[in-house]
Design a protein around this ligand. Structure first.
Ligand code: UDP
Length: 236
């Protein structure tokens, strides 16, 4: 498969066309942004870590019955994925209170929920990715009811798997963001990434943050946290 023209450059990844109409190549960057692009920086080694962790977890999820866009890891930073049209919803699942949830409802971080929560944000940088409900997503034609139902079901399945998997590695899965895409036949598959950029990971014993909050909140030790997650998950 041959890499062709760049189709898109996002905050953390570039996307290329290939000689295969149904396949794209994603290339992960070390660039980091937060607060809707207002804070910018570099996290050395992040691109390779996020690429390899995402691919590892997506292959595990496939075996757990979650269809994904993963095709083949090409090198440290690049992966072949199925061409999808992204459903413009950020799907957020939470097991503990943190971040915008804690702020919105005026509660501390670290409250353990009796059951996981799910919410959607409308993927729109100009609007700052506002929270959106099912009814408004339907009204805007962002997805059908059947797609929303399927996305919720898959997102909770991802949570069941990831939460248990992370616990085996002494990591509490606090919350995370998923994106889903449609294949050309309309099938919904998990797309984007699953990494310390898109998940909150806390050490189970010390509650130390092992994710992008170290960058967002200027806590230091950003690279070390990404490497530590890589070591725990992939043993390297
Ligand atoms: N998240 C993300 N991209 C976004 C917003 C959130 O990957 O644009 C992830 C974030 O890393 C966290 C989860 O989604 O794991 C929930 O984030 P939250 O809504 O608390 O927002 P934040 O506090 O990051 O602004």
């Amino acid at each position: 498969m041959e890499k062709k023209e760049q189709l898109y450059e996002g905050k953390a990844k570039k996307v290329y066309a290939t000689s295969d109409q149904e396949v794209y190549i994603v290339s992960y960057k070390d660039d980091a942004t937060a607060f809707n692009g207002q804070k910018k920086g570099t996290i050395l080694g992040k691109g390779a870590i996020n690429n390899r962790m995402t691919n590892f977890l997506m292959q595990k999820l496939e075996t757990a019955g979650v269809p994904t866009h993963f095709v083949q890891e090409l090198n440290d930073r690049e992966t072949a994925v199925k061409k999808v049209s992204i459903v413009p919803l950020e799907v957020i699942v939470r097991n503990l209170s943190a971040g915008s949830f804690a702020k919105r409802y005026g509660v501390e971080e670290g409250i353990v929920f009796a059951q996981p929560t799910i919410e959607f944000s409308y993927k729109n940088d100009d609007l700052g990715d506002p929270l959106i409900n099912d009814s408004h997503a339907l009204a805007l034609g962002l997805a059908t009811q059947a797609e929303i139902d399927r996305i919720k079901d898959l997102a909770f399945r991802v949570n069941d798997f990831l939460k248990a998997f992370m616990k085996e590695h002494n990591v509490d899965l606090v919350d995370f963001k998923l994106e889903f895409g449609r294949l050309s036949d309309g099938t919904i598959v998990l797309a984007d990434e699953i990494s310390p950029d898109t998940c909150r990971f806390w050490d189970s014993a010390t509650h130390e943050k092992l994710d992008k909050d170290r960058f967002r909140r200027d806590l230091g030790g950003v690279e070390d946290a990404y490497q530590e997650m890589m070591r725990r998950i992939l043993g390297q």
